[in-house]
Design a protein around this ligand. Structure first.
Ligand code: SAH
Length: 393
C-alpha cells in the first residue's frame, strides 16, 4: 500500500492549473510513511485521486507531481517512457547539427528535478529533487542503453539540493568526460568544460537569443557583459560586429572565451577584460566610451523571493549604467534568469533604469528560453529566462 498525502482545498487550484508542486502548507495530512523521493498518492479531502507524486518530508516542496492518471503508476517502465519522450522531442535539434542541448528539462518534461544535457558524445545529469536522486542510477542506465553516450557525468552541485536535504554530488555515472570538449553548432564551435565549467559547462538556454542578437551586430562595437565563455560576442563577431569587448570577473571563464574566439578565427577583433561589470561600466562612463551593442547577461541575482528587492536594485543599476554607454540608435540586449523576477517586474526595473539614465527606448524583441528548455503553463517558476532587445531613440 503506498503512502497517501491529502492535499488541502487551498492547494487544489494551482494543481488544476498545471502547477506541479504541493507545498508543506497545502498538505492536510500524510497517511502512512514515505522516505524522501518515494512515490505517494495525492488525494483531496474527499479521497479523490489527484496524482502520483514524489514525496519529500524534508523539503518545503512536499510533493512533486509525476502522473495525473491513476491507472498509470510511475514505475521503471513509466520512467523510461518519460525519458524516451523527452529525447524524442529534441530530435529536430540533434538532426540540425546542434552538438549541445538540453535533453530533459525537469518538471516541464514530467520528470521533476531531473536535468540532462547533451554535450557532443557525452551527457551531464543533475538530480535536484529527492525523487530525481532516488532514480538517478536507473536514469543513467537507460541513457547508457538508449543513447550510447561515451560518458555520463553528474553535476548535482546546485545549492537547491540543500533545500531537498541532499548534499552536493558530482562524479562519473559512466566513463569520464575529457577536461575540455569541442561542441559544434551550425555556424560556430566552442569549447566546453563539462566537469569544471559553470552550470553544466555552457549556457545552453541562450542559444537562440545569441543568434538573434548577432543578427543585429553587423558593423557595431559590441560590449558583452557577464560573457562567461563568450557566447554572445562570438556569435556577434561571426555575424560582422566591428569589435567586441568581453567582460567577466572569472579568469577561468575568460580563458575559455579567449580559446573560443581563436577557434572561430575572430580573436583579433576582441578584447577581454577581467573585471566586475558594475565597476567596469562606471569606468567606461568616466572614459566617455560608447558601444553600439551592449549585452547584459548577469548571473541569477535573485535566487529567491526574499532577495528580490535587493536584486531589483542591482538589475536596475547595471542596466542604467549600460544605457549611459549607449549612443542614440544603440542596442541593449538585457536578460534576467531569476525565476523570482517575473516578466512584469523585469519591465518595471528597466523602465526605472531608463528613467534614471534619461533614455527613451524602443522594445524590439521580447526573448525567452528555447524549446529544449520548455516552461509549463501554470508554473510561473519554470519560465525563468527573460530578455529584451531595446533601441535607444
Ligand atoms: N552570457 C554568458 C553567460 C553568463 S553567466 C553566455 O552566453 O554564455 C554569468 C557570468 O557572469 C559568469 O561567467 C560569471 O563569472 C559572471 N559574473 C558574475 N558576477 C559578475 C560580476 N559582478 N562582474 C563580472 N562578471 C560576473
Amino acid at each position: 500500500m503506498s503512502c497517501v498525502v491529502v492535499v488541502k482545498k487551498g492547494g487544489l487550484k494551482s494543481l488544476a492549473q498545471g502547477h506541479p508542486w504541493v507545498y508543506a502548507q497545502s498538505v492536510a495530512r500524510v497517511e502512512g510513511r514515505a522516505r524522501p523521493g518515494e512515490v505517494v498518492r495525492l488525494v483531496d479531502a474527499e479521497d479523490r485521486f489527484l496524482a502520483w507524486a514524489w514525496f519529500n518530508p524534508q523539503s518545503y516542496i512536499r510533493a512533486r507531481l509525476l502522473e495525473r492518471r491513476e491507472e498509470v503508476e510511475p514505475d521503471l517502465a513509466w520512467l523510461e517512457r518519460r525519458l524516451a519522450e523527452a529525447v524524442e522531442r529534441r530530435r529536430g535539434l540533434a538532426e540540425s547539427g546542434h552538438g549541445a542541448y538540453r535533453l530533459v528539462n525537469a518538471e516541464a518534461d514530467g520528470l521533476p528535478g531531473l536535468i540532462v544535457d547533451r554535450y557532443g558524445p557525452g551527457l551531464t545529469l543533475q538530480a535536484l529533487s529527492a525523487g530525481a536522486e532516488s532514480v538517478k542510477h536507473q536514469v543513467a542506465g537507460w541513457l547508457e542503453t538508449g543513447l550510447a553516450p561515451e560518458w555520463i557525468w553528474e553535476r548535482s552541485d546546485q545549492e537547491v539540493r540543500r533545500l531537498e536535504g541532499l548534499e552536493p554530488a558530482t562524479g562519473p555515472l559512466l566513463g569520464r568526460p575529457p577536461e575540455r570538449l569541442r561542441v559544434d553548432e551550425p555556424g560556430c564551435a566552442y569549447w566546453v568544460e563539462p566537469a569544471a565549467g559553470q552550470k553544466t559547462g555552457f549556457f545552453l538556454d541562450q542559444r537562440e537569443n545569441r543568434r538573434l542578437v548577432a543578427g543585429m551586430a553587423a558593423g557595431r562595437d559590441m560590449l558583452d557583459c557577464f560573457c562567461y565563455s563568450g557566447g554572445f560576442a562570438l556569435r556577434g563577431l561571426l555575424a560582422g560586429a566591428a569589435r567586441a569587448t568581453l567582460v567577466d570577473s572569472s579568469a577561468q571563464a575568460l580563458a575559455l572565451a579567449q580559446e573560443n574566439l581563436a577557434l572561430n578565427g575572430v580573436r583579433e577583433r576582441a578584447q577581454l577584460v577581467r573585471a566586475n561589470v558594475f565597476n567596469q561600466l562606471r569606468a567606461y562612463r568616466d572614459e566617455g566610451r560608447r558601444f553600439g551593442l551592449i549585452v547584459l547577461d548577469p548571473p541569477k541575482l535573485a535566487p529567491n523571493r526574499a532577495s528580490l528587492a535587493k536584486a531589483a536594485r542591482a538589475y536596475k543599476d547595471v542596466n542604467m549604467m549600460a544605457l549611459r554607454l549607449l549612443p542614440l540608435g544603440g542596442l541593449l540586449a538585457t536578460f534576467s534568469c531569476s525565476a523570482a523576477m517575473d516578466r512584469q517586474s523585469f519591465w518595471e526595473v528597466l523602465t526605472w533604469a531608463a528613467e534614471d539614465a534619461g533614455a527613451r527606448l524602443q522594445v524590439l524583441h521580447q526573448l525567452s528560453q528555447p524549446a529544449d528548455h520548455p516552461a509549463l503553463l501554470g508554473f510561473a517558476e519554470s519560465q525563468y529566462l527573460k530578455g529584451l532587445v531595446l533601441r535607444r531613440l
